[in-house]
Design a protein around this ligand. Structure first.
Ligand code: MG
Length: 370
């Protein structure tokens, strides 16, 4: 068995996006962490991180499941790779990967390492589906797209070969490792990714949206409160005219509670009991919609946004439907989505169960986060 190492390039600036694309979490995990996961799951047994002053502290604090080294990135990508190769000693294979290509799958990494073991290299590339034209002087020349490929990462090589290519090559003249490998006299072997989006590099805002969408998360929530006399009935942030209300420490808005629990579940942030303990006087008779706003604020801090909400209220009485639009308006505003993204349904239990006997009202919710 050959020993595979990986170089993870975390030194690129990200001026084009207006925020640091490598350090801003995408659905709870940064591009650096997602790339690291894929490399380790794909078979890398050691990682060399090439960092910038901006990413160094984050990488140093990162839990890495395999031995790691950290080197300073260079002025260019090629110089960063050379700095990283310089500290590797006992690797047979090295996978060189851009952290901004964080959607790479472990399977692709594994294939590229296996290709390098067998053929000396495994360079990940994509097919071209758009027609591409070359502009030359005043001429426009259509290129045969069946003969074009898009270079991606990881680019994986036998360590001795790529080391030699970097030692001898003109680093100023290339933008990827494969070009140096070819210049050193080797013939690359390619590993193709399926589809345009599978291994997209985070470059523009559209790439960022694509990455967020590909990590959509789902959560479910459920809540029940007892119906009693002498309390207001609040559902979905709206007061309903009724002779009874729900009993609870807060305003006991079961619908909003079920939605909050679903949101927290999808984000992996626990549940509302943990966030707003009913032993805390601060939440006595609290407006649950303001608690929902706090839940959404915490979720948005992790880089996630509410996608869609579908909720069901289980109650014998009163009728929910006449109030559903008002609930959707209030809840959607608190969750920063359009009312169309909030569905509120209602059902009775045909006189059965505690809901059917008018002892309580329950609600369940399913949400997606993107
Ligand atoms: Mg509750």
């Amino acid at each position: 068995m050959s020993r595979a190492a990986a170089v993870l390039l975390c030194a690129g600036g990200s001026t084009r996006m207006g925020f640091d694309k490598l350090l801003t979490p995408i659905a709870g995990k940064t591009a650096i962490e997602r790339s690291l996961d894929a490399l380790v799951l794909g078979g890398a047994e050691e990682i060399v991180f090439a960092v910038s002053p901006a990413t160094r502290a984050f990488v140093e604090a990162l839990a890495c499941p395999v031995p790691r080294q950290i080197v300073e990135g260079g002025e260019t990508r090629a110089q960063s790779v050379r700095n990283a190769l310089n500290v590797l000693s006992n690797a047979d294979i090295v996978a060189i990967h851009d952290a901004a290509r964080c959607m790479v799958s472990p399977e692709t990494v594994k294939e590229s390492i296996e290709s390098a073991e067998q053929f000396g290299s495994g360079v990940v590339a994509g097919r071209v589906t758009d027609t591409i034209m070359r502009l030359e002087g005043g001429d426009v020349i259509p290129l045969d797209r069946s003969k074009l490929i898009r270079m991606q990462t990881p680019q994986t090589f036998r360590f001795d070969r790529i080391r030699q290519a970097y030692d001898k090559g003109d680093l100023g003249a290339v933008t990827d490792d494969c070009a140096l490998y070819i210049a050193a006299g080797y013939e690359p072997r390619f590993v193709y990714t399926e589809g345009e989006a599978a291994n997209q590099k985070l470059t523009t805002g559209a790439d960022w949206q694509l990455a967020l969408a590909s990590y959509a998360r789902f959560g479910t929530g459920y809540d029940t409160h007892r119906l009693v006399e002498g309390r207001k009935l609040i559902l979905g942030g709206v007061e309903l005219p009724f002779e009874k209300g729900l009993l609870g420490h807060s305003d006991a808005d079961v619908l909003t509670h079920a939605i909050m629990d679903a949101l927290l579940g999808a984000a992996g942030l626990g549940d509302i009991g943990r966030l707003f303990p009913d032993t805390d006087v601060a939440y006595r008779d609290a407006d649950s919609v303001s608690l929902l706003r706090e839940v959404v604020r915490q979720i948005e801090q992790t880089g996630l946004r509410v996608g869609h909400v579908d909720a069901t209220v289980i109650a014998e009485r009163p009728k929910i439907k006449p109030h559903a639009d008002a609930m959707r308006a209030r809840l959607s505003e608190a969750m920063h989505v359009f009312p169309e993204s909030v569905s509120i349904k209602a059902t009775t239990t045909e006189g059965m169960n505690d809901e059917g006997k008018g002892l309580c009202i329950s609600a369940s919710a399913v949400v997606s986060l993107v």
